[in-house]
Design a binder for this molecule. Structure first.
Ligand code: AMP
Length: 278
Protein backbone atom coordinates (compact mmCIF):
# COMPACT_ATOMS: atom_id res chain seq x y z
CA UNK A 1 0.00 0.00 0.00
CA UNK A 2 1.26 3.45 -0.91
CA UNK A 3 0.71 6.47 1.33
CA UNK A 4 0.97 9.61 -0.76
CA UNK A 5 1.16 13.21 0.38
CA UNK A 6 1.71 15.14 -2.83
CA UNK A 7 -0.25 15.66 -6.02
CA UNK A 8 2.78 14.90 -8.22
CA UNK A 9 3.27 11.52 -6.55
CA UNK A 10 -0.46 10.84 -6.76
CA UNK A 11 -0.43 11.41 -10.53
CA UNK A 12 2.64 9.19 -10.92
CA UNK A 13 0.96 6.38 -8.97
CA UNK A 14 -2.46 6.56 -10.65
CA UNK A 15 -0.84 6.66 -14.10
CA UNK A 16 0.33 3.11 -13.41
CA UNK A 17 -3.19 1.95 -12.44
CA UNK A 18 -4.44 0.15 -15.53
CA UNK A 19 -8.00 -0.88 -14.74
CA UNK A 20 -10.93 0.35 -12.69
CA UNK A 21 -10.50 2.61 -9.67
CA UNK A 22 -12.80 2.60 -6.65
CA UNK A 23 -12.40 5.78 -4.63
CA UNK A 24 -13.50 6.36 -1.03
CA UNK A 25 -13.16 9.98 0.17
CA UNK A 26 -13.04 10.39 3.97
CA UNK A 27 -12.01 12.78 6.70
CA UNK A 28 -10.24 9.96 8.57
CA UNK A 29 -10.84 8.57 12.08
CA UNK A 30 -11.98 5.51 10.17
CA UNK A 31 -14.64 3.21 11.59
CA UNK A 32 -16.77 0.30 10.34
CA UNK A 33 -18.92 2.71 8.31
CA UNK A 34 -15.92 3.82 6.26
CA UNK A 35 -14.71 0.23 6.12
CA UNK A 36 -17.93 -0.97 4.54
CA UNK A 37 -17.38 1.55 1.72
CA UNK A 38 -13.78 0.42 1.35
CA UNK A 39 -14.78 -3.27 1.27
CA UNK A 40 -17.37 -2.62 -1.40
CA UNK A 41 -14.84 -0.64 -3.45
CA UNK A 42 -12.36 -3.51 -3.01
CA UNK A 43 -14.89 -6.02 -4.32
CA UNK A 44 -15.86 -4.00 -7.37
CA UNK A 45 -12.57 -2.54 -8.62
CA UNK A 46 -8.99 -3.35 -9.61
CA UNK A 47 -7.56 -0.49 -7.54
CA UNK A 48 -8.83 1.13 -4.35
CA UNK A 49 -7.91 4.67 -3.36
CA UNK A 50 -8.88 6.21 0.00
CA UNK A 51 -8.39 9.90 0.67
CA UNK A 52 -8.05 11.27 4.17
CA UNK A 53 -8.46 15.02 4.31
CA UNK A 54 -10.16 17.13 6.97
CA UNK A 55 -11.45 19.73 4.56
CA UNK A 56 -11.48 23.20 6.17
CA UNK A 57 -13.88 24.78 3.69
CA UNK A 58 -16.80 22.58 4.82
CA UNK A 59 -16.49 23.55 8.48
CA UNK A 60 -18.28 26.67 9.69
CA UNK A 61 -16.83 29.23 12.06
CA UNK A 62 -17.03 27.76 15.57
CA UNK A 63 -17.35 24.12 14.42
CA UNK A 64 -14.93 21.36 15.35
CA UNK A 65 -12.26 21.74 12.62
CA UNK A 66 -9.40 21.96 15.15
CA UNK A 67 -10.65 19.22 17.43
CA UNK A 68 -11.87 16.85 14.69
CA UNK A 69 -10.39 13.41 15.55
CA UNK A 70 -7.17 12.73 13.62
CA UNK A 71 -5.82 9.17 13.71
CA UNK A 72 -3.33 8.84 10.89
CA UNK A 73 -1.47 5.77 12.17
CA UNK A 74 -4.58 3.76 13.02
CA UNK A 75 -6.25 4.78 9.72
CA UNK A 76 -3.20 3.63 7.76
CA UNK A 77 -3.28 0.24 9.48
CA UNK A 78 -7.02 -0.15 8.84
CA UNK A 79 -6.57 0.66 5.14
CA UNK A 80 -3.66 -1.71 4.82
CA UNK A 81 -5.63 -4.58 6.36
CA UNK A 82 -8.61 -3.81 4.09
CA UNK A 83 -6.45 -4.16 0.97
CA UNK A 84 -6.38 -0.50 -0.04
CA UNK A 85 -3.82 0.25 -2.77
CA UNK A 86 -3.26 3.93 -2.13
CA UNK A 87 -4.03 6.41 0.64
CA UNK A 88 -3.97 10.03 -0.44
CA UNK A 89 -3.39 12.45 2.43
CA UNK A 90 -2.96 15.95 1.04
CA UNK A 91 -2.47 19.09 3.10
CA UNK A 92 -4.55 22.25 2.86
CA UNK A 93 -1.92 24.26 0.97
CA UNK A 94 -1.76 21.83 -1.95
CA UNK A 95 -5.55 21.63 -2.24
CA UNK A 96 -6.39 25.34 -2.18
CA UNK A 97 -5.06 28.67 -3.32
CA UNK A 98 -6.24 32.14 -2.43
CA UNK A 99 -9.13 33.59 -4.44
CA UNK A 100 -10.42 30.36 -5.91
CA UNK A 101 -13.56 30.06 -7.98
CA UNK A 102 -16.29 28.47 -5.95
CA UNK A 103 -19.08 25.94 -6.27
CA UNK A 104 -22.46 26.80 -4.84
CA UNK A 105 -24.94 24.18 -3.72
CA UNK A 106 -28.29 24.28 -5.57
CA UNK A 107 -30.71 26.92 -4.32
CA UNK A 108 -33.39 24.61 -2.92
CA UNK A 109 -31.96 21.17 -2.22
CA UNK A 110 -28.68 22.68 -1.02
CA UNK A 111 -30.29 25.12 1.38
CA UNK A 112 -32.83 23.01 3.24
CA UNK A 113 -32.06 20.80 6.28
CA UNK A 114 -28.27 20.56 6.72
CA UNK A 115 -27.87 23.42 4.26
CA UNK A 116 -29.92 25.74 6.44
CA UNK A 117 -28.41 24.56 9.74
CA UNK A 118 -24.85 24.69 8.38
CA UNK A 119 -24.87 27.47 5.75
CA UNK A 120 -21.88 27.15 3.44
CA UNK A 121 -21.08 23.59 4.48
CA UNK A 122 -22.28 22.03 1.23
CA UNK A 123 -20.41 24.56 -0.93
CA UNK A 124 -17.15 23.52 0.73
CA UNK A 125 -18.05 19.83 0.59
CA UNK A 126 -18.90 19.95 -3.14
CA UNK A 127 -15.74 21.95 -3.84
CA UNK A 128 -13.48 19.35 -2.24
CA UNK A 129 -15.33 16.37 -3.72
CA UNK A 130 -15.00 17.92 -7.19
CA UNK A 131 -11.27 18.43 -6.62
CA UNK A 132 -10.75 14.91 -5.30
CA UNK A 133 -12.72 13.27 -8.13
CA UNK A 134 -10.65 15.20 -10.68
CA UNK A 135 -7.39 14.37 -8.93
CA UNK A 136 -7.96 10.63 -8.55
CA UNK A 137 -9.29 10.20 -12.11
CA UNK A 138 -6.70 12.55 -13.64
CA UNK A 139 -5.23 9.74 -15.74
CA UNK A 140 -8.64 8.52 -16.90
CA UNK A 141 -9.06 5.02 -15.47
CA UNK A 142 -11.10 2.59 -17.60
CA UNK A 143 -13.83 2.75 -14.96
CA UNK A 144 -14.12 5.17 -12.06
CA UNK A 145 -16.43 4.68 -9.10
CA UNK A 146 -16.72 6.76 -5.95
CA UNK A 147 -18.35 5.41 -2.80
CA UNK A 148 -20.44 7.54 -0.44
CA UNK A 149 -22.53 6.63 2.62
CA UNK A 150 -26.29 7.09 2.82
CA UNK A 151 -25.55 8.28 6.37
CA UNK A 152 -24.98 11.71 4.79
CA UNK A 153 -28.05 11.47 2.61
CA UNK A 154 -28.27 15.10 1.55
CA UNK A 155 -24.56 15.18 0.79
CA UNK A 156 -24.98 12.10 -1.38
CA UNK A 157 -27.93 13.66 -3.26
CA UNK A 158 -25.98 16.86 -3.92
CA UNK A 159 -22.88 14.99 -5.10
CA UNK A 160 -25.05 13.00 -7.52
CA UNK A 161 -26.53 16.26 -8.76
CA UNK A 162 -23.08 17.85 -9.18
CA UNK A 163 -21.87 14.85 -11.17
CA UNK A 164 -24.93 15.11 -13.40
CA UNK A 165 -24.86 18.91 -13.79
CA UNK A 166 -21.12 19.07 -14.50
CA UNK A 167 -20.95 15.87 -16.60
CA UNK A 168 -18.28 14.31 -14.40
CA UNK A 169 -17.30 10.86 -15.62
CA UNK A 170 -17.75 8.85 -12.43
CA UNK A 171 -20.26 6.34 -11.08
CA UNK A 172 -21.43 7.36 -7.63
CA UNK A 173 -22.14 4.28 -5.50
CA UNK A 174 -24.44 4.86 -2.49
CA UNK A 175 -23.63 2.59 0.48
CA UNK A 176 -25.84 1.52 3.38
CA UNK A 177 -25.57 3.00 6.86
CA UNK A 178 -23.53 0.96 9.34
CA UNK A 179 -24.77 1.04 12.95
CA UNK A 180 -23.41 -0.23 16.23
CA UNK A 181 -25.36 -3.10 17.79
CA UNK A 182 -27.42 -0.65 19.90
CA UNK A 183 -28.60 1.13 16.75
CA UNK A 184 -26.43 4.26 16.84
CA UNK A 185 -25.24 5.19 13.35
CA UNK A 186 -21.43 5.10 13.35
CA UNK A 187 -19.78 8.50 13.06
CA UNK A 188 -16.30 9.83 13.73
CA UNK A 189 -18.00 12.39 15.98
CA UNK A 190 -19.45 9.70 18.31
CA UNK A 191 -16.17 9.82 20.27
CA UNK A 192 -17.31 13.20 21.63
CA UNK A 193 -20.26 11.56 23.45
CA UNK A 194 -20.11 10.81 27.17
CA UNK A 195 -21.77 7.61 28.39
CA UNK A 196 -24.95 9.49 29.32
CA UNK A 197 -25.00 11.39 26.04
CA UNK A 198 -24.54 8.20 24.07
CA UNK A 199 -27.60 6.72 25.80
CA UNK A 200 -29.60 9.80 24.80
CA UNK A 201 -28.19 9.66 21.27
CA UNK A 202 -29.85 6.28 20.79
CA UNK A 203 -33.18 8.07 20.58
CA UNK A 204 -32.31 9.22 17.03
CA UNK A 205 -32.29 5.69 15.62
CA UNK A 206 -35.15 4.73 17.94
CA UNK A 207 -37.29 7.52 16.49
CA UNK A 208 -36.56 6.28 12.97
CA UNK A 209 -37.48 2.72 13.97
CA UNK A 210 -40.70 4.03 15.49
CA UNK A 211 -41.48 5.80 12.22
CA UNK A 212 -40.81 2.62 10.26
CA UNK A 213 -43.16 0.64 12.50
CA UNK A 214 -45.88 3.22 11.89
CA UNK A 215 -45.36 3.03 8.13
CA UNK A 216 -45.54 -0.77 8.32
CA UNK A 217 -48.91 -0.32 10.08
CA UNK A 218 -49.94 1.81 7.09
CA UNK A 219 -49.64 5.20 8.74
CA UNK A 220 -48.33 7.35 5.89
CA UNK A 221 -49.11 10.86 7.14
CA UNK A 222 -45.84 12.70 7.73
CA UNK A 223 -47.34 15.05 10.34
CA UNK A 224 -48.68 12.12 12.40
CA UNK A 225 -45.38 10.21 12.21
CA UNK A 226 -43.37 13.35 13.03
CA UNK A 227 -45.36 13.87 16.20
CA UNK A 228 -44.61 10.35 17.39
CA UNK A 229 -40.93 10.80 16.56
CA UNK A 230 -40.85 14.04 18.53
CA UNK A 231 -41.98 12.12 21.63
CA UNK A 232 -39.16 9.59 21.24
CA UNK A 233 -36.69 12.47 20.82
CA UNK A 234 -37.67 14.27 24.01
CA UNK A 235 -34.24 14.04 25.65
CA UNK A 236 -32.24 15.60 22.79
CA UNK A 237 -32.29 19.02 21.12
CA UNK A 238 -34.11 18.30 17.89
CA UNK A 239 -32.98 20.49 14.97
CA UNK A 240 -35.22 18.92 12.39
CA UNK A 241 -37.28 15.89 11.55
CA UNK A 242 -37.85 15.70 7.82
CA UNK A 243 -39.36 13.49 5.16
CA UNK A 244 -38.17 13.80 1.57
CA UNK A 245 -38.33 11.70 -1.57
CA UNK A 246 -35.21 10.33 -3.26
CA UNK A 247 -34.95 13.63 -5.17
CA UNK A 248 -34.76 15.38 -1.81
CA UNK A 249 -38.08 17.16 -2.18
CA UNK A 250 -40.25 17.54 0.92
CA UNK A 251 -43.29 15.21 1.05
CA UNK A 252 -46.50 15.05 3.12
CA UNK A 253 -47.19 11.35 2.64
CA UNK A 254 -44.71 8.50 2.93
CA UNK A 255 -44.32 6.55 -0.30
CA UNK A 256 -42.70 3.17 0.28
CA UNK A 257 -39.63 2.82 -1.92
CA UNK A 258 -39.25 6.57 -2.38
CA UNK A 259 -38.89 8.11 1.07
CA UNK A 260 -35.98 9.18 3.25
CA UNK A 261 -36.76 10.05 6.88
CA UNK A 262 -34.14 12.27 8.44
CA UNK A 263 -33.38 13.56 11.88
CA UNK A 264 -30.76 15.97 13.25
CA UNK A 265 -30.29 16.72 16.94
CA UNK A 266 -27.85 18.13 19.42
CA UNK A 267 -26.76 15.88 22.27
CA UNK A 268 -24.68 17.91 24.72
CA UNK A 269 -22.21 19.75 22.48
CA UNK A 270 -22.35 17.15 19.73
CA UNK A 271 -24.51 17.43 16.67
CA UNK A 272 -25.77 14.13 15.25
CA UNK A 273 -27.63 13.21 12.08
CA UNK A 274 -29.33 9.97 11.14
CA UNK A 275 -31.77 8.78 8.50
CA UNK A 276 -33.62 5.78 7.17
CA UNK A 277 -34.55 4.95 3.59
CA UNK A 278 -37.88 3.26 3.06
P1 AMP B 1 -16.57 11.29 6.70
O1 AMP B 1 -15.20 10.77 7.04
O2 AMP B 1 -17.43 11.49 7.87
O3 AMP B 1 -16.50 12.46 5.75
O4 AMP B 1 -17.27 10.12 5.88
C1 AMP B 1 -16.70 9.58 4.72
C2 AMP B 1 -17.72 8.71 4.02
O5 AMP B 1 -18.13 7.66 4.89
C3 AMP B 1 -18.99 9.48 3.64
O6 AMP B 1 -19.41 9.04 2.36
C4 AMP B 1 -19.96 9.07 4.72
O7 AMP B 1 -21.31 9.13 4.30
C5 AMP B 1 -19.53 7.63 4.96
N1 AMP B 1 -20.00 7.19 6.28
C6 AMP B 1 -19.77 7.78 7.47
N2 AMP B 1 -20.40 7.12 8.47
C7 AMP B 1 -21.03 6.07 7.88
C8 AMP B 1 -21.86 5.01 8.38
N3 AMP B 1 -22.15 4.89 9.66
N4 AMP B 1 -22.33 4.12 7.47
C9 AMP B 1 -22.05 4.24 6.15
N5 AMP B 1 -21.27 5.20 5.63
C10 AMP B 1 -20.77 6.11 6.48
Amino acid sequence: MMTINSIEELFKATQAFHGSIGFVPTMGALHEGHLSLIRQARKENDFVVVSIFVNPTQFLEGEDLDSYPRKEAADTKICELAGVDLIFMPNVAMMYEADELSITAPAIRGFILEGSKRPGHFNGMLQVVMKLLNLIAYHKPTEFRAYFGKKDAQQLALIMQMVKNYFINVEIVPCNIVRSSDGLALSSRNVYLSKEERAKALSLSRSLRKATEMVMRKEFSVSVIEKAMQEVLEEVDVEYIAFVNREFQAIDEVEIGNTIMLVAAGVGNTRLIDNLWI
